[in-house]
Ligand binder design. Structure first.
Ligand SMILES: NC(=O)c1ccc[n+]([C@@H]2O[C@H](COP(=O)([O-])OP(=O)(O)OC[C@H]3O[C@@H](n4cnc5c(N)ncnc54)[C@H](OP(=O)(O)O)[C@@H]3O)[C@@H](O)[C@H]2O)c1
Length: 317
């Protein structure tokens, strides 16, 4: 699919103006696409708050960014482990205390292709618990601040939503049978997308149109995603792929999320933004293909209700 909204090169950071005075909160910003998004936003004068699980990696990331943009560069981190609901709540409280405005919350962090079934401390399958339930509660807790700021929520999804079951397995959400690394990852990313589209619907129904909610994906980008959580075989396959034109840089992988966090010309929210080149895995960034199973209404509603019950967080929408 070719999207020429932003010209033949697609959306690039050249479209960004001065972002001084704006604040962006990014989950998982010490590495990969999240780190590159932080770099791009800082380069335009924005403030960046990282929500990361590793204090050590975060300190290294902040140091690197301050080396590039100067010691006064407005970047800091709050420790948050998305896999633990209690940690998400503590981190969100900290953000509310220290961050008076949020122009966009970028839900970027994830784990992927976890080879064996693991459970989070709250008893959720690890990818669902981290990628979906963690962000579900975080977005809910920060929502009022984002709304006061007339801000955005950006969900970083994956083309993996087209793999696996293409729906939510409500009878075995936590894969107590039939676990597969890719199937479970695909379900977790589909859940994140369904959350975003259902949130759009609920906000529209409540007449609360101040917050925009966008969904994007980085295509295939050379980040640490597979090396962090994938099996040895997956890591080898991925390493070989990164040597081909089928995989782009982590910086290019950050463009869709930065675009969704900032671009004024982005009008359509019920969409999936990302690369529009070969297999929509690489190439110019714009609006890609969104398949209907991602906004299957009865499934979205059921997932929302189930997520509120499982996390104990009620959105009141
Ligand atoms: N790269 C691709 O080709 C690709 C394709 C499709 C979708 N995506 C999506 O793109 C997004 C960015 O991923 P990436 O490729 O940039 O991967 P990455 O380099 O591994 O970065 C992921 C970030 O998430 C953090 N994270 C993982 N678990 C966490 C937790 N429990 N709590 C808080 N932070 C946590 C990681 O922290 P640590 O450094 O501590 O591990 C890291 O900072 C993800 O949503 C992913 O699903 C990537």
């Amino acid at each position: 699919m070719t999207d020429l909204t932003f010209g033949p090169k697609g959306w690039t950071p050249e479209r960004l103006g001065d972002l001084t005075g704006k604040t962006f909160v990014i989950t998982g910003a010490n590495a990969g696409a999240g780190f590159q998004a932080a770099r791009i936003l800082l380069s335009k004068g924005a403030e960046v708050v990282m929500l990361n699980r590793s204090a050590e990696k975060s300190a290294a990331a902040v140091k690197e960014l301050k080396q590039e943009f100067g010691t006064a560069a407005p970047v800091r981190f709050v420790r948050m482990d998305l896999a633990e609901q209690a940690s998400v709540r503590v981190a969100a409280e900290e953000v509310l205390k220290t961050t008076p405005r949020i122009d966009a919350l970028i839900c970027n962090a994830a784990i992927a292709q976890v080879p064996t079934r693991k459970l989070t401390p709250d008893g959720f399958e690890s990818q669902l618990g981290t990628n979906h339930y963690g962000h579900f509660t975080l977005c809910g807790m920060l929502f009022d601040r984002i709304e006061q700021s007339q801000g955005r929520i950006v969900v970083v999804a994956s083309l993996g939503y087209n793999m696996g079951l293409k729906t939510i397995r409500f009878d075995h959400m936590n894969w107590d049978t039939g676990y597969g690394a890719n199937t479970a990852y695909s379900q977790s990313k589909l859940a994140q997308m369904m959350f975003a589209y259902e949130l759009q619907d609920r906000l529209a129904a409540a007449g609360r149109t101040g917050v925009k909610v966008y969904v994007c994906h980085p295509g295939s980008s050379a980040t640490s995603l597979i090396t962090t959580s994938g099996s040895r075989t997956m890591r080898l396959i991925w390493w070989l792929m990164t040597k081909t034109p089928m995989v782009q840089t982590a910086e290019q992988g950050a463009y869709p999320e930065v675009m969704c966090a900032t671009e004024e010309a982005l009008t359509e929210q019920r969409a999936l933004y990302g690369p529009t080149g070969r297999m929509e895995a690489v190439g110019p960034v714009g609006r890609g293909t969104l398949n209907a199973h991602a906004y299957d209404k009865p499934v979205m509603v059921r997932l929302w209700e189930r997520s509120e019950k499982d996390t104990g967080f009620s959105w009141g929408l």
